[in-house]
Unconditional design. Structure first.
Length: 497
């Protein structure tokens, strides 16, 4: 009997942990109705295409939903791109079929059958993504032990676990799967496999763009995958003109699904759903995105410190891959940190980097392949520590010890690896970015209320001395009978001109 490879066991462990946490924490929740949280926030928009198209048939006439429906002169518009909807579609359809067989279930497309089917589908996409990433690493000559540690680190030591188990209907696991597949297909072409692999490559890349158009930067990863084979592979590609044209046509056919959906809503072939949102190209929040206590990639997933270091260490051995990896890091960090709401709303860790995980680990895999002895030992110690730390903080987040919106250095220090009941739901404050303004926004007036002194602009509320005060002596009291806290009030006479 042939034994399973260690990497297969690692993948099975990641899937088992993900599925268990999904069922216990997300599906059941505290009242047995946790499954209703599978579709929330951004996911409402991705999901919204499906019942509107296949059940209500009211595209362009949907009821207003503030998270994702815009009212235009020509009809309502779903602000989101449809790629995630396409990834959900087969699982949603299967769930809806089960709902129709159950007389007790609602038939509007929003029953627990459809929601849980989406969650199961994401487990499958996670499985496929890890399998394709493993296949790519094998083709790159990476040994089994390194692959095992990378799979465990990605599956248990990064934000991938949160979005595969607790927020499955967001785009990121879909992107992780498709990008792993695209990179594998590129490597197949680089290895001299049949050029007909170019056709699914075009299809998958188009789907990646439909999920998150900004991930067009994935093309920068081609030299990381191919290394010195990049130019010979490109020459082979352009010599296969008929297949290249067909791949482009297939890709454009997939991309055309979005204009079809736009046209069905407003009668226009092009729409822009992100109205009032955009990029601040002149003031990217690079430091906060990488190191900040709110969403810093290197703080919440320190595993990627090793990944970036590896892109530098690769310089001595493979300058094409090293330079390409550093360019990939730099350009994507710049784009991510330029988005007007650079922390991308509430959540755990830096979710937008999940899409890029398959690319970012490639230099690390190649560097670890050369590590033996003490270097390999310390690399495993570091990765193991990252996994343990992440699992502990992931548990804190689930227990509402880590705040979902506005962590800072004081809150991080106060809650660090603490699990007592008194730390649950003890952090407040949703410090959100100001609305997007294409010319930027400047601070014109600021006053911090520490509750210890009379303030010029902060008024009201019930302030009292309490022993449990976290800063000096005073707290602002909120009870069922005292619903409102302090008010920030500024007259026109106080505003600068």
């Amino acid at each position: 009997m042939r034994l399973l490879r260690p990497s297969s066991l690692a993948i099975a462990l990641v899937l088992a942990v993900t599925a268990t946490l999904s069922v216990q924490w997300l599906w059941k929740g505290t009242d047995g109705q946790g499954w209703k949280e599978i579709i929330r926030s951004d996911a409402k928009g991705y999901y919204g295409y499906l019942p509107a198209t296949f059940i209500r048939h009211d595209l362009g006439h949907e009821p207003f939903v503030h998270e994702f429906i815009f009212e235009t002169p020509d009809g309502t518009l779903n602000k989101y791109f449809c790629g995630a909807s396409l990834m959900m579609m087969p699982w949603w359809a299967g769930g809806h079929a089960l709902a129709l067989l159950d007389d007790a279930a609602s038939d509007d497309g929003y029953s627990h059958y459809e929601y849980k089917a989406i969650s199961v589908g994401v487990w499958v996409y996670l499985l496929l993504g890890l399998l394709m990433l493993r296949a790519l690493l094998v083709r790159l000559g990476v040994r089994e032990a390194v692959i095992v540690w990378l799979i465990l680190s990605l599956g248990l030591g990064t934000t991938l676990l949160q979005y595969a188990s607790q927020q499955p209907a967001w785009t990121h696991v879909f992107s992780f799967c498709c990008i792993s597949g695209f990179l594998l297909l590129v490597r197949k072409l680089g290895d001299g496999d049949d050029m007909r692999w170019l056709l699914p490559t075009g299809l998958v890349f188009a789907l990646i763009l439909l999920i998150r158009p900004v991930n067009a930067t994935l093309l920068l990863a081609v030299p990381i995958v191919l290394g010195k084979d990049t130019w010979p592979t490109l020459k082979r590609l352009f010599q296969a003109k008929s297949l290249l044209v067909l791949a482009l046509l297939l890709g454009f056919a997939v991309l055309f699904i979005q204009p079809l959906w736009w046209h069905a809503q407003t009668g226009h072939w092009f729409e822009w759903g992100y109205r009032g949102e955009g990029f601040h190209w002149g003031r990217p929040e690079v430091f906060k995105v990488l190191f900040g206590f709110r969403r810093g990639l290197f703080l919440w997933t320190p595993f990627f410190q090793l990944a970036l270091l590896s892109a530098l260490l690769l310089w001595k051995r493979d300058r094409v891959r090293s330079l390409s990896a550093l360019a990939y890091w730099g350009i994507n960090v710049y784009i991510i940190s330029s988005w007007w709401i650079w922390y991308y709303g509430s959540g755990f860790g830096s979710r937008v980097f999940i899409d890029h995980y398959p690319v970012l680990v490639l230099p690390l895999a190649l560097v670890l392949q050369q590590c033996v002895g003490r270097k390999w030992l310390w690399a495993r110690v570091f990765m193991g520590a990252c996994i343990v730390l992440h699992l502990l903080q992931f548990t804190q987040y689930h227990l509402k010890i880590i705040h979902h919106e506005s962590m800072d250095r004081h809150k991080y220090a106060y809650t660090f690896l603490r699990f007592g009941a008194k730390y649950r739901d003890c952090l407040g404050g949703n410090h959100q970015a100001p609305p997007f303004n294409p010319n930027g926004m400047s601070m014109v007036l600021e006053e911090r209320d520490g509750l210890e002194h009379d303030m010029r602009f902060w008024h009201g509320g019930t302030v009292d001395v309490r022993p449990e005060a976290k800063s000096q002596h005073h707290v602002c009291i909120l009870t069922p009978d005292i619903e409102f806290g302090r008010t920030f009030e500024v007259t026109t006479n106080d505003l600068p001109t």
